[in-house]
Design a protein around this ligand. Sequence first.
Ligand code: NDP
Length: 324
Amino acid sequence: MAQMRALTMEAEGPARVKTLDDGDLPAGDVTVAVEWSTLNYKDGLILGRQRRMVPNYPHVPGIDFAGTVERSDDPRFAAGDRVVLTGWHVGETHWGGYATRARVKGDWLVPLPQGFSTRDAMALGTAGFTAMLAVLALEDHGLGEGEILVTGASGGVGSVAVSLLSALGHPVAAVSGRDGAADYLRDLGAARIIPRAELAEAPTRPLDTEEWAGCIDNVGGPMLARVLTQMRYRASVAAVGLAGGTDIPTTVMPFLLRGVNLLGIDSVLCPRDLRQRAWDRIAQDMPMDKVRSTVTEVGLADVPRLAESILTGGVRGRTVVNVN
Ligand code: NDP
């Protein structure tokens, strides 16, 4: 039986790179030779303090991967097709991408856009895909002229969001609490840097001066509540993340008096047609040179250390994992 390398977790103890048999792979109709995976905040949770998200052990984490189809019982895919997978609870309830091989449902795979490399797909990963979903949601609700705010800007979703919005011609205000992030964010296209501390406290009044024509929020908590009070009339906030907390200490006033929209973004169970639309727009509009400039390349054995670090805001930009 063929063998594969995988980062494996038991219910307790550190994750380790092990050699497994192909026969250990879970059920699925498409087997993929994985080339690249990546590191997201959720990978940090799964490998760290949220091990209960994983129902069964041993487990292979890694919520994203890109590679080449080896074998398929799904007529939509054939050996040699290049594919990307994000979401669907892969790496969480199903073995994931920190391995040289994965077996999944064909329904979960998206064919890579023509000319798009598997490494670039993982330079984006769930973070980049989610940034595109957030931009699509803002556009679908009418994105007016003016500054777009990105919170948690030097993280994975934030870095891609800043690059993408600025490539689309929007002036971007980037919120960051990281020392030395200003040059990095300006290089990605941010027109203005806002220190995290300026927006960190919950609002003291229901409405503030109107500032933002749109917002991609990776932080949640008091910062999201604060941002809601500063949105322009009928502007939208795409709610992506919870890096700063899950409670939103807000009032209904921004919604009732300014027609502000709070748009939920879910990348995990995102329907296939929207997924395809997002990858097509990525192929068309994503400034990959900028995204590549944020990438750090690591191996499987580096993942546990970085997974710890991403939970405390210690990982800048995007990380790609060479699984081979
Ligand atoms: P990262 O850790 O790379 O980025 C999060 C950023 O948030 C950090 O880099 C930091 O930016 C900022 N931040 C961290 N802690 C705090 C804090 N306490 N208060 C304010 N800002 C903080 O994670 P990702 O970019 O991968 O993900 C961002 C968020 O989006 C996460 O919460 C993640 O769970 C969520 N997410 C949701 C998805 C969905 O489908 N809805 C999909 C993907 C991610 P800086 O240093 O610049 O201040």
